[in-house]
Design a protein around this ligand. Structure first.
Ligand SMILES: Nc1ncnc2c1ncn2[C@@H]1O[C@H](COP(=O)(O)OP(=O)(O)O)[C@@H](O)[C@H]1O
Ligand SMILES: [Mg+2]
Length: 310
């Protein structure tokens, strides 16, 4: 039962969750009080209670993505234990958990980015608007137009700002007004005012934070329905991070956003729903973000959120 705690070593790079003292304070006194209650009453949860995942149901009418017994192996290693959950439309869902717990693996299942990893074997089902994205007749390139992705490290192409944003439109043979779409995407990515006079200069000349917003503009220009983000702010300074966080909140008016972060404060600030994965690749709790941070049902989630490990 407790093996999973031992294999986890705190990675200094991921210390957003590693500083137990700070995190425990940051989560507020309600959690601290409940912890004291539990210690006072000297009730320890049974193993069963400890291991039972708590997954909020999302009705079909609201779920744009539904995983059912979705699991991933890399060779012999199980990176993601069977996950069953729905992801609600036009909300921000945060995926949190310690390093190596399968967050990126899960995210990559959604738009079939794991296809590019030879060792990866995906089982179970992942449905997008009712259709299993792993069905033989699904074209992964077409799928990725509807489910865009933004990575941790800003990765603009060595092309002009305009060409970066227009990239997906050109691939899909968009025959409308490309410049208008470029402008719209840059506006939605909160970058237009900063770059409107330099659209033909290289995307690589922008600052890191601007580059990441450029990548977000590139991801949303083809008008996807879902935007996946894998730690999109963890390579950015605090000011750029705040801009990207504001932007994510705005994006959820139009798109379903699924964001991986190991920064719990960030998840608490920007998401509507939170999914907590723990070591061993298990989805342990999923539900409304406020409820998860204030009153997690699962003891291991509480331990993680209050900084006892992670
Ligand atoms: N391309 C890969 N090949 C083999 N193993 C991998 C690969 N990517 C990830 N893994 C393994 O799968 C597990 C989950 O990794 P990952 O999804 O990257 O976790 P996270 O994003 O939560 O840090 C880890 O044990 C990791 O070493
Ligand atoms: Mg990752």
């Amino acid at each position: 039962m407790s093996d999973s705690y031992h294999v986890h070593e705190t990675d200094s790079e991921e210390s957003g969750a590693g500083d137990g003292e700070t995190d425990a304070e940051g989560t507020g006194s309600a959690v601290d009080e409940r912890i004291e209650d539990r210690e006072d009453s000297s009730v320890t949860p049974s193993d069963d209670e400890d291991l039972t995942p708590s997954i909020q149901e999302v009705p079909d009418s609201r779920a744009v993505i539904r995983a059912e017994e979705l699991s991933v192996h890399y060779g012999e290693e199980e990176a993601l234990q069977p996950v069953t959950m729905g992801i609600p439309e036009r909300e921000v869902t945060a995926i949190i958990g310690p390093s190596g717990c399968g967050k990126s693996t899960f995210l990559r299942c959604i738009n079939r980015m794991n296809d590019m990893i030879d060792a990866a074997r995906v089982e179970g089902s992942l449905r997008f608007r009712g259709k299993d994205v792993y069905d033989e007749d699904v074209d992964p390139v077409a799928l990725r137009r509807r489910i865009g992705i933004v990575f941790q490290k800003p990765n603009p192409f060595p092309k002009s700002i305009r060409e970066n944003v227009a990239y997906g439109l050109n691939i899909q043979g968009y025959d409308g007004d490309v410049d208008a779409r470029v402008e719209e995407a840059l506006r939605n990515a909160a970058l237009w005012d900063e770059v409107k006079d330099q659209l033909d200069s290289s995307g690589l000349d922008l600052s890191g934070g601007q580059q990441q917003r450029l990548c977000i503009a590139r991801a949303i220009a083809p008008d996807p329905e879902v935007v996946l983000m894998d730690e999109p702010a963890s390579a950015l300074d605090p000011v750029a991070t705040a801009k990207v966080e504001d932007l994510i909140a705005d994006l959820s008016e139009q798109y379903t956003v699924i964001i991986v972060t190991h920064n719990m404060q960030q998840a608490a600030r920007i998401s509507d729903k939170t999914a907590v994965f723990l070591t061993g690749g298990q989805l342990v709790e999923f539900g409304d973000t406020n409820r998860i941070f204030e009153n997690p049902e699962n003891q291991r989630v509480e331990d993680y959120i209050t900084g006892k490990f992670g």
